[in-house]
Design a protein around this ligand. Structure first.
Ligand code: ZN
Length: 384
């Protein structure tokens, strides 16, 4: 790990970290720029140079345009999330500079990818802090004394999240505590798979949210960009372990390792810390519950099993959902099966016709208790 100061003024400093990571014999270099504002003693993510999520979405579009002619860049890898936009700065002319890690949006041998957004074009996107940072970046000082920080950080604790940190539960979400709201949670395990992006398109069409119980090893390693898209589009990410063992048959240390590693990988790819898990096969015991509790993870089971892994028949899968759907249901499906992907448009259409709102598990259940097990979110029901 190495660092340098990319901006140093009396008011603002920016530290750019360069991190080299070796994984499975491959070396990758990451860059991240963290900001500090001495006027209020606050640190900031790079995305806080921007005024809000909308501005980050616009920046993401500008970046896509700027990279459109670069054949090796994968447009599907560009999402307005904090983890991808973790290194933003300014050149001395005041243009906005965005950089992506090696391998993040293009093949590894292309190295680091950077985009310069013209000062004029960037101007409407900046936050008040971003404007001051832009000015500070233009002033080259060789000997800087950082202004004294005020005694206490003045950061408002109720402050909105940094752009690109997508909250799973937001103001204005449907209130699922009453039966009238007809909330239902569709959940997809074991993915992502090769057709998960089609599923995301279908969800998008109905403005439906879902929860993805992601599995480590191959799915996550093979489709990190799909997980990033799931996160960027407001779906919930949840932990379904690294290698999908029956957790009741492995040691406590292994349970912990399975959950910790996946949490870390998803955090690395998205910046998001998951707080729900589903034990493979729904198999849990006291050890699994205790470890989940320690890690801040609630255990999410289901109330409707579609048996989509057994019956690879879209009609059967859709019928099973519709037969048992009621407000508060948690539906179990697997996005690694093509037949399930084919069933989803029908399921969404029918649920929509019946007035259901498709929500994430956290939107359905509200605040959950780590370690506790939930099988549905039926309103007015006392049982868990
Ligand atoms: Zn599973």
């Amino acid at each position: 790990m190495d660092w340098n100061l990319s901006v140093a003024s009396e008011e603002i400093i920016a530290v750019r970290l360069t991190q080299t990571e070796k994984e499975s014999g491959k070396e990758r270099t990451h860059h991240a720029t963290y900001w500090y504002d001495a006027t209020d003693a606050n640190t900031a993510y790079s995305t806080e140079l921007l005024d809000g999520q909308e501005e980050l979405v616009t920046l993401n579009e500008l970046v896509k345009e700027a990279l459109a002619d670069e054949e090796h860049v994968r447009a599907s890898a560009l999402h307005p999330i904090v983890r991808l936009y973790d290194s933003i700065g300014f050149n001395p002319d005041g243009d906005l500079v965005v950089e992506f890690d090696q391998g993040q949006v293009a093949p590894e041998d292309e190295g680091r990818i950077s985009v310069v957004i013209d000062k004029q074009e960037a101007a409407p996107l900046l936050s008040e802090f971003g404007e001051r940072a832009q000015t500070a970046a233009a002033t080259v000082a060789s000997d800087v004394q950082l202004a004294d920080a005020p005694q206490e950080s003045q950061k408002d604790s109720a402050e909105k999240p940094a752009p690109g940190a997508i909250p799973v539960v937001q103001d204005g979400d449907p209130d699922c505590s009453t039966a009238e709201s007809k909330c239902i949670a569709l959940t997809f395990d074991d993915g992502p798979g090769k057709r998960t992006s089609e599923l995301l398109d279908a969800l998008d069409e109905y403005e439906a949210k879902a929860t993805f119980f992601v599995t480590g090893e191959e799915p996550l390693r093979e489709y990190p960009e799909v997980v990033q898209r799931e996160y960027a589009e407001g779906h919930e990410l949840a932990n379904h372990t690294m290698v999908h063992p029956d957790l009741t048959t492995v040691s406590r240390a292994e349970v912990k390792n399975e959950l910790t590693t996946l949490n870390a990988l998803v955090r690395r790819d998205t910046g998001y810390t998951m707080n729900l898990m589903r034990p493979p096969y729904g198999a849990s015991d006291d050890t699994v519950s205790e470890v989940s509790e320690e890690m801040g993870l609630a255990q999410i089971m289901w109330s409707i099993d579609t048996y989509d892994w057994r019956d690879r028949d879209p009609d059967k899968v859709a019928k099973r959902v519709m037969k048992d759907a009621e407000p508060g249901s948690i539906v179990l499906m697997h996005d690694i099966h093509g037949s399930t992907i084919d069933a989803v448009p029908t399921i969404l259409e029918k649920l929509d016709e019946k007035g259901y709102t498709m929500v994430t598990v956290s939107q359905l259940l509200g605040e959950t208790e780590p370690g506790e097990s939930y099988r549905d979110g039926h309103p007015d029901s006392d049982e868990k």
